[in-house]
Design a protein around this ligand. Structure first.
Ligand SMILES: Nc1ncnc2c1ncn2[C@@H]1O[C@H](COP(=O)(O)OP(=O)(O)OP(=O)(O)O)[C@@H](O)[C@H]1O
Length: 253
């Protein structure tokens, strides 16, 4: 499934936060969105997944007009792992993940054996089988993050949007979560802060600055010292990371 967002514009108050941004994610590509704090990544993602209404722009998932289609129909194709997942009421981990099945059910339809099996698999993929009966609210930030990913996996979307899916996670879980998402083999658009992770997992990158696309291309094309220095106002040198054999970055002010 391909995502095509064209000429997106978001204004909040008197400020243009996203300025004429176009993004494409081809079939089964893992595309990263990078850029400094406040450059508009979350706002762009929210305008794509209908959490806020853009002033201008179109979003298509293949031929589905996302901005003009109802929530349920969109959720059958598009899964979202947002940045903040606080809740006011408590559920067990298993119940939370079962919520991922909602878009595929009729009103008040009960859980079928097939739903149970899908939830079980999502829990296994995210290493949460031992947490099934735990209360969601009692979990650590990283555990909650994995539950939200499990819920999104249980939704069986054809495309996933993730907004900094690895914040809260320790290094091992950052690697495990991104490997898990990559292993789903669906189209992915993810805002990421860690440039080595972005280089390692992404097929293509968009770098944003001041609400605009500053650069886009393969990680090698985008993650040059010049681009990184301009994006983040730091000094940077790149090298080959001896552990991953991928791009490594040394930073300083
Ligand atoms: N509801 C709002 N009201 C006012 N300003 C907002 C609102 N939402 C976002 N902004 C502003 O828009 C800009 C972009 O915010 P956004 O969250 O999209 O950035 P980001 O690139 O995702 O940042 P981060 O890396 O810190 O998550 C920021 O300056 C933010 O303060």
């Amino acid at each position: 499934m391909e995502l095509t967002a064209k000429e997106m514009q978001v204004r909040i108050g008197k400020k243009d936060i996203v300025k004429n941004v176009s993004i494409q994610v081809k079939n089964r590509q893992f595309v990263g969105l990078i850029g400094p704090n406040g450059c508009g990544k979350s706002t762009l993602l929210k305008s794509i997944y209908k959490s806020l209404v853009p002033q201008k722009g179109t979003v298509y998932l293949d031929d589905l007009d996302v901005l003009k289609t109802n929530e349920k129909k969109v959720s059958q194709r598009l899964g979202v792992v947002g940045q903040f997942n606080e809740m006011n009421f408590d559920l067990t981990v298993q119940q939370m993940v079962m919520l991922g099945r909602t878009p595929h059910k009729k009103l008040l339809e009960s859980d079928k054996a097939e739903d149970m099996a899908i939830v079980e698999e999502a829990l296994a993929r995210t290493n949460l089988l031992d947490y099934k009966e735990r209360s969601y609210l009692s979990l650590s930030g990283g555990e909650k993050q994995r539950v939200i990913l499990a819920r999104t996996i249980a939704q069986q979307p054809k495309f996933m949007i993730l907004d900094e899916p690895t914040n809260h996670l320790d290094i091992r879980y950052q690697l495990e979560i991104l490997t898990c998402v990559k292993g789903l083999d669906i189209g992915v658009l993810a805002a990421l802060h860690d440039l080595e992770m972005a280089a390692h997992y992404c097929d293509y990158l968009y770098a944003m600055k001041h609400g605009e696309v500053y650069a886009h291309g393969t990680p090698e094309e985008v993650l040059t010292p010049e681009n990184i220095e301009a994006l983040y106002q730091i000094k940077c040198k790149t090298y080959i990371n001896p552990v991953t054999n991928g791009l490594g970055f040394a930073y300083g002010l």
